[in-house]
Design a protein around this ligand. Structure first.
Ligand code: NDP
Ligand code: MG
Length: 379
């Protein structure tokens, strides 16, 4: 039995994680659950799964009397506390934003294995996080949940130790793939929330529309697979069936495919190297008929180039990109800025603070705070 703590259990990934692990009660049990504000759903989940610990990172509220078997913690530090003190071997990091970074570091210090959906953590703290997550005799201490990175990880299982030449990182292209640049600049929240193939939380849905999601994923791939930036090629693949691929020096390409369903990479991270039933729909290739691929339009989506530039700059540049994007995407969701302004805000923050160092957590905190302050001033 593996004990799993789910940080961000009320979110899109958290809820799907509960759904798939509940299919295998003989393999997994839940040790802890956390939410930010959604206390009603958190209480319901605690009632059903009976973890020993739970946290609400927002305000403290009274806990229903029938949940007295569970230790509740409140406030921003409670995420780290749960990550550090929960029972079991695994921590699924499924909170949104850089808010997950300290909890991931705390979980690693306590010897937990990290199942990482929370890509912002790796984007902001890449070097530090990877140093804390070495490969051990028992296998990896960090397993990707993001579908593309899970795909690359799965492809590497077939590499027999051969180095890859190139990562083909696929992207659906989001709802604005076929739009003209001028129209994208003025897109509304409802239009940006209409993702063609994936149903996800609000922030990642906006990131998919701006393609900052793919920018974050380029950086995530660099750290997870020790890739040089020029080894990562983004490919637009609107059907979201090929979740990514790797190419070898002999010209062979190994790809991982499947119907778009996050339950597959979530459960694979939990059960690796075993494969278990997920309830995902079977891939029906004849029904699809055709899979298409195209290069991304870097003029329409400047986010992609910003990721490569941030990797070239190194230090805290990726952290600044992430922080400014979190602020800009949040402001767009609240209707405070037009869609096109997201790119300007991130670009300006990168110009201003992109050269800061990222040697440790306090450097990262500092760069993150400065980038947010600059982004907010531009709103
Ligand atoms: P959601 O917005 O659906 O859920 C986020 C979760 O984190 C919720 O439980 C939320 O609690 C909690 N949370 C929000 N803010 C904070 C905070 N400041 N501190 C602590 N907890 C917080 O997001 P998703 O599930 O879509 O995404 C989670 C992560 O997984 C993101 O990093 C995303 O990029 C990544 N990911 C998501 C995919 C998807 O399909 N959804 C695919 C690949 C990666 P509450 O409900 O109370 O607000
Ligand atoms: Mg992804």
């Amino acid at each position: 039995m593996r004990g799993i703590a789910i940080l961000g259990s009320t979110g899109s990934i958290g809820r799907q994680a509960i759904e798939v692990l509940s299919l295998h009660p003989d393999k997994f049990y839940v040790t802890a659950l956390t939410a930010h504000k959604n206390a009603d759903l958190l209480f319901e989940q605690v009632r059903a799964l009976r973890p020993r610990m739970a946290a609400l990172t927002g305000e403290e509220i009274p806990v229903p009397a029938d949940l007295s078997f569970c230790q509740f913690c409140f406030g921003p530090d409670s995420l780290e506390k749960v990550a550090r003190e929960c029972e079991g071997q695994d921590v699924l990091a499924a909170v949104v934003g850089v808010a997950g970074l300290k909890a991931v570091m705390a979980a690693r210090k306590a010897g937990k294995r990290i199942l990482l959906a929370n890509k912002e953590t790796l984007v902001a703290g890449g070097e530090m996080v990877m140093q804390a997550c070495p490969e051990t005799e028992d296998g990896p201490t960090l397993l990707p949940v993001d579908s593309e990175h899970s795909a690359i990880f799965q492809c590497l299982q077939g590499a027999d130790g051969n180095p890859y030449e190139k990562i083909l990182l696929t992207a659906s292209g989001g709802p604005f793939r076929t739009w003209e640049k001028e129209r994208i600049q003025k897109a509304t929240v409802a239009e940006a929330m209409g993702h063609p193939t994936w149903n996800m939380g609000a922030k990642i849905t906006i990131d998919s529309a701006s393609m900052f999601n793919k920018a974050l994923e380029i950086i995530e791939a660099k750290w997870l697979f020790a890739a040089r930036p020029e080894q990562i090629q983004v490919l637009i693949h609107p059907q979201s069936i090929v979740h990514s691929a790797i190419q070898f020096r002999d010209g062979a390409v190994i790809a991982q495919m499947g119907a778009p369903d996050m339950k597959v990479p979530i459960l694979y991270a939990m059960s690796y190297p075993e494969r278990l039933q997920t309830g995902a729909r079977e891939l029906d290739l004849p029904a699809l008929g055709m899979l298409t691929f195209e290069n991304p339009d870097l003029k329409k989506f400047p986010s992609i180039q910003m990721a490569y530039d941030a990797l070239k700059t190194g230090g805290a540049a990726a952290c600044v990109l992430n922080a400014a994007n979190e602020e800009a995407a949040g402001a767009f969701l609240k209707g405070e800025i037009p869609f096109g302004r997201i790119y300007e805000i991130v670009d300006f923050a990168l110009q201003k603070h992109g050269h800061l160092p990222a040697r440790n957590l306090s450097d990262i905190d500092y760069a993150d705070a400065l980038a947010r302050e600059t982004a907010r001033k531009m709103l």
